[in-house]
Write a protein that binds this ligand. Sequence first.
Ligand SMILES: Cc1cc2nc3c(=O)[nH]c(=O)nc-3n(C[C@H](O)[C@H](O)[C@H](O)COP(=O)(O)O)c2cc1C
Length: 203
Amino acid sequence: MTALRAPQPGAEELAEPLRSRWSPSVYDDAHTLGRDEIDQLLHAAQWAPSAGNSQPWVFFVCARGTANHARLVAHLSRGNSGWVPRAAVVFITAAHVSTGADPDAPAYSDYALYDVGQAAAHLTLQARAMGLHSHQFAGFDHEALAEDLDLPATHVLLTGIAVGLQGDPGEVDERTAARDQRVRDRVGLDEVARVGTWAEPWQ
Ligand SMILES: Cc1cc2nc3c(=O)[nH]c(=O)nc-3n(C[C@H](O)[C@H](O)[C@H](O)COP(=O)(O)O)c2cc1C
């Protein structure tokens, strides 16, 4: 039987829901999320910490079958147009980066992008805790979608977070199905951590 979980060597020691989080590309296109479940996911993001509690995030909810979903699908990159539309809901993240439309307006927060990323991470982990999977993506026409969503000049679109239940790999093209079998890997701690200064890697 086809494994529904990509191998993640080294992740075994992590706590749930971190341990079982990964980014499948095959979603069940009959599955939908109820309003309560969508609210729970948004609450997880809402309760993320942020610099000075500035909460510089906005989430455009794109549930399959809605006008927002159609707006998103029209602007997906070729690589993402095959798998993203099957997920029950996609959250498009936006960051409040500026205090005004004028290019010289002061920044809203120096940590807006950091904070939106963290809120996104909280949403993905809440999804896993609810038995759902998620897959973040940046491959879409940001400018065109921002226009279709009437995004103000004080904000920038960042990513999409597709959320849903895993689907049958037999229902998608071979390339998409194969993506879910790829071993997930990461660079070593000796590259990403330091025991002292820059030149002193974590051993
Ligand atoms: C900011 C960001 C942008 C991404 N863009 C895409 C994308 O456009 N298409 C895609 O299929 N996956 C995209 N991904 C998913 C990553 O490729 C994936 O998280 C990474 O390969 C690690 O796999 P894992 O999450 O299964 O461990 C993106 C992830 C992030 C955080």
